[in-house]
Design a binder for this molecule. Structure first.
Ligand SMILES: N[C@@H](CCC(=O)N[C@@H](CS)C(=O)NCC(=O)O)C(=O)O
Length: 229
């Protein structure tokens, strides 16, 4: 299988699919297509004709799957042993619901705090709509951990790493780089994502990317630029 992804520093949707495959041990090769470059759509459509023209797109022979949740479902069908979704039905239903909520929502947070793994931002109040998103996201994390994160089963939302963790990984990154304060349960969950070897691998590659996209040029107080170049 081949996964088309965007720049690792910025592409939050690519991070979700890539992390899901890497953390669950599903073999794939990756093709990085530069965001904000003139040939982006042509490259995606050449690799995946008839797709939505976005990244991530998973290509498996003559099957192309765009949309991150559809990729998760495809992997769940193709690799039932990988634990893409939790094994227990109630946990699985919860994981799918919160993943859909993530996919469709939290637009205030997403537009106020675009994912940029290369910078650590100065603290500032990001307004009530962002605060509401943060409150809802951390409530989801606490509920998942309390109801389904059985002692000894692992530090992720449902114990072991699942698609729901992949869906929230870019939010964890944002809370970290934008210095957004969260409760103790959420902090401990964030540590689990941020220290996951697959996440560290993505981050290291993101920090060594030379490409800067337009979104990065917005006038935003930056505490630390983490990139080497
Ligand atoms: N709903 C899509 C969103 C994918 C998406 O918006 N990807 C962005 C990069 S993070 C993209 O491809 N942008 C380029 C474009 O839309 O032309 C999903 O779930 O995968």
């Amino acid at each position: 299988m081949k996964l088309l992804i965007g720049n690792k520093c910025y592409s939050s949707w690519s991070l979700r699919a890539w992390l899901l495959m890497r953390a669950t041990g599903i073999a794939f090769e990756e093709t990085l297509v530069l965001l904000d470059e003139p040939g982006f759509k042509e490259t995606v459509f050449t690799e995946a004709p008839g797709s939505g023209g976005t990244v991530p797109t998973l290509v498996d022979g003559d099957i192309a799957i765009w949309e991150t949740l559809a990729i998760a479902e495809y992997l769940h069908e193709k690799h039932p042993e990988a634990g893409i979704w939790p094994r227990e039905r109630a946990a699985r239903a919860h994981a799918r619901a919160v993943s859909s909520e993530m996919h469709a929502g939290f637009t205030a947070l997403r537009s106020a705090c675009p994912m940029n793994l290369g910078k650590r931002y100065a603290l500032r109040d990001r307004g009530p709509a962002v605060a509401r998103d943060v409150e809802r996201i951390t409530a989801i994390w606490r509920e998942a951990r309390e109801r389904f994160g059985r002692p000894g089963s692992g530090p992720f939302l449902y114990g072991t790493f699942t698609a729901a963790d992949a869906m929230f990984a870019p939010v964890v990154a944002r809370f970290d780089t934008y210095g957004i304060a969260v409760d103790a349960v959420s902090q401990s969950y964030m540590r689990a994502i941020l220290s996951l070897p697959a996440y560290r691998q993505w981050l290291a590659a993101a920090l060594s990317e030379p490409w800067i996209v337009a979104q990065d040029e917005v006038d935003e107080p930056v505490l630390v630029d983490l990139r080497q170049s």
